[in-house]
Design a protein around this ligand. Structure first.
Ligand SMILES: NC(=O)c1ccc[n+]([C@@H]2O[C@H](COP(=O)([O-])OP(=O)(O)OC[C@H]3O[C@@H](n4cnc5c(N)ncnc54)[C@H](O)[C@@H]3O)[C@@H](O)[C@H]2O)c1
Length: 274
């Protein structure tokens, strides 16, 4: 099997861990060629932590001009997916998008899908910090009701536009701070609830997916509880995830799901649960 050359967008908490994993040689048929980040300071900090010599750049043009890169792994922000998705595909590179919240705009995914089809490329959206996507996809056209309740510590919600009014609040008990659709949730919590968009894509869309966000000062975990109802019965999935040490908004499961998606892309002969 031939070697796949990977490029990563974003050298934050996910980008760093994924780079380290690829460089360790644990993914067969994969090598890391370049990391792009718009933030020069972050790139400099990252350069001190990375063991192998790879190209680090703050120029998207330089990044996309590397012909041998055949898979771009986005670990940056929904804005990066919107800004670079088309350029990535038009540069003949497969595209793994971690910031699925960008696909709250259904036109964007349809537009990118059209380019990917024309060029026989893949768009990969990992399950991220949730599970059960395989089962949900199987009964997608029968789903009547879908909801997700996300519980996080205030520290995991800090900085979100939807948390602005609570930044100085001292929480003494759990409080519901958002109750609405996935469409609105990602606008207000862009770095916290990509999971609700991923769930919507697998189920019945952002407008029909109910999202509740609970801020709990006693919570030591990022918790996601999914409930799906239809003629098939009821599906319940519950994730209790340790926040990533460097970025408490992210759970380590999300990082492992990207690694698994890369592993599958580079070694496609056996496919379990997809
Ligand atoms: N789908 C999921 O379940 C899931 C789970 C966790 C995180 N995420 C998402 O994955 C992304 C990465 O998470 P993280 O914890 O590593 O974030 P992070 O904030 O630690 O790092 C993001 C990095 O990307 C860079 N960046 C942001 N926008 C950019 C742009 N437009 N162009 C170039 N560089 C840009 C930043 O400078 C930063 O270095 C976030 O969008 C996060 O919301 C998704």
């Amino acid at each position: 099997m031939s070697l796949n050359s990977l490029g990563i967008i974003g050298c934050g908490s996910m980008g760093e861990e994924i780079s380290t994993f690829i460089n360790s040689g644990k993914i067969q048929n994969a090598e890391l060629s370049c990391v792009f980040d718009q933030d020069e300071t972050r790139l400099q900090q990252f350069s001190k932590k990375i063991s192998k010599k790879i190209l680090l750049t703050s120029s998207i043009e330089e990044f996309l001009s590397i012909e041998k890169i055949n898979l771009v792994v986005e670990c940056a922000s929904p804005a990066a997916v919107t800004k670079y998705g088309e350029l990535i595909l038009k540069s003949n590179k497969n595209f793994l998008a971690m910031s699925s919240g960008a696909f709250n705009d259904p036109k964007l995914l349809k537009f990118l899908e059209k380019i990917a089809k024309q060029k026989s490329l893949k768009i990969l959206i990992p399950s991220g910090a949730i599970g059960g996507i395989d089962a949900i996809k199987s009964i997608q056209n029968q789903i009547e009701k879908v909801s997700i309740t996300t519980t996080k510590h205030p520290r995991s919600l800090a900085g979100a536009p939807g948390f602005q009014n609570f930044e100085n609040t001292v929480f003494d008990k759990a409080k519901v701070i958002f109750n609405g659709t996935a469409q609105d949730a990602i606008e207000m919590f862009p770095a916290n609830v990509n999971v609700s968009t991923t769930l919507s894509l697998a189920a019945i869309g952002t407008k029909k997916t109910q999202v509740k966000i609970i801020c709990d000062p006693k919570s030591k975990e990022n918790k996601h509880e999914i409930c799906i109802i239809g003629p098939f019965g009821k599906l319940n999935f519950s994730m209790n995830l340790k926040p990533n040490e460097r970025n408490p908004k992210t759970s380590s499961l999300a990082i492992y799901s990207v690694i698994q998606t890369i592993q599958q892309f580079c070694n496609p002969n056996i496919s379990l649960g997809t």
